[in-house]
Design a binder for this molecule. Structure first.
Ligand code: AQP
Length: 351
């Protein structure tokens, strides 16, 4: 996108950062495309920082009381999925001011043309782009700031975030080039596995999304066993049996989606799923998938319910995480301000 020379990320220690918006309840897409892989990164021993990106959520209207609840429920979802708030830093974006401050610097680095090409803005703003918030347009520069405030080197995300991560690389490279420094790393997107793009259960060409008006389009992590089974039973499919190899799924987005979901939940490849179920119809496959989904998701849902009974403890965890995140981000922000030429002498009493 920009014509700036890439700067090596070699001098930066590996650090994983990612975030999820509290813009509704967590979906199976968020779980397989993000949370499950966040846990794998944590368990691999890399330094991991995970964030509830509430400032991203308010780029579209959020009811304040629902937003507060969704933020805490999202924190519960992280923990119930296996994020350990001691080994990982788990916090809420708006509690660490470096995100908004660095985003402003990046607003002055990123070019209008770059942001105008972002397909997520076009999708979310729809036909009414003139009426979309400025925040929705500038969403990717805040996302770049989220990542760069920690000098993160790796970002596990779903496929839908690929373009935003490319923009993050462009912003970092342009900043480094404009100021003649190697200050920001050129981040690596980590988009891996069978479920980098979980599709809607009602339309195999549309991403499964928390804000889809149809609840039947998604599985929520809080759905009970009967609801999960019912949604999968009613998931749109075709009348054919499952093929025995992946080529047979090429023109069958709904079938491919269910096979990918099964593979990701079972930690096997889609080929292995077809080796087991090839030749069988959805009458056999859907109940097997429902059993697997209930088996994997029910413990998470139960743990979320338990954690939500102690909101004060969730707030304590988020406060602790915010303090640890601030301790990393603030010195990076201060150095960035210095590079740009902003004076950082703070009035006494300000930390
Ligand atoms: N369907 C999906 N398949 C795989 N990964 C997904 N992610 C989201 N949906 C899928 C990944 O989850 C992480 C958090 O996403 P987000 O909440 O920040 O925003 P989003 O991508 O816009 O997710 P939603 O569910 O579609 O939210 P709304 O409806 O509010 O816009 C990201 O890593 C994303 O890739």
């Amino acid at each position: 996108m920009s014509d700036t020379a890439p700067v090596s990320a070699q001098k930066f220690a590996p650090r994983v950062f990612s975030g999820i918006q509290p813009s509704g309840g967590l979906t199976l897409g968020n779980y397989l495309g993000a949370l499950k892989r966040f846990v794998q990164a944590q368990d691999a021993g890399t330094e991991t920082i995970y964030c509830m990106v509430d400032m991203h959520a308010i780029t579209v209207w959020q009811d304040p009381a629902k937003l507060r609840r969704a933020t805490r429920e999202l924190a519960a979802g992280f923990i119930a999925s296996g994020i350990d708030p001691v080994r990982s830093i788990l916090f809420n974006q708006s509690q660490v001011p470096a995100h908004a401050e660095l985003a402003w610097i990046f607003n002055c680095v990123a070019r209008m043309g770059w942001l105008k090409r972002m397909t997520q803005f076009k999708d979310k703003a729809g036909k009414n782009a003139e009426n979309a918030s400025v925040g929705l347009f500038a969403y990717p520069t805040l996302m770049a700031a989220d990542i760069m405030a920690y000098h993160a080197t790796h970002v596990p995300v779903g496929e839908d975030q690929k373009q935003h991560l490319e923009l993050t690389r462009d912003i970092a490279a342009k900043f480094n080039h404009d100021f003649g420094v190697e200050f920001f790393p050129i981040v690596e997107p980590v988009i891996e596995g069978a479920a980098t793009r979980v599709m809607s259960l009602r339309d195999g060409t549309k991403k499964m999304s928390k804000s889809d008006p149809s609840d039947m389009s998604r599985i929520n992590l809080t759905d009970d066993a009967d609801t999960i089974a019912q949604k999968l039973r009613k998931a749109r499919t075709d009348p054919e049996a499952l093929p025995s190899d992946l080529d047979g799924l090429a023109e069958r987005p709904e079938a491919r989606n269910l096979v990918n979901i099964y593979a990701a939940l079972a930690d096997i490849t889609p080929d292995a799923v077809l080796a087991q179920y090839g030749g069988q119809g959805f009458g056999a496959f859907k109940p097997a998938l429902a059993d697997l989904a209930v088996d994997k998701l029910s413990p998470i849902s139960a743990e979320m319910t338990r954690l939500m009974q102690d909101v004060a403890e969730i707030d304590r965890i988020l406060g602790d995480g915010a303090a640890r995140a601030h301790a990393i981000a603030q010195p990076i922000l201060e150095q960035c301000y210095d590079i740009v030429g902003l004076i950082r002498t703070r009035p006494s009493g300000m930390t």
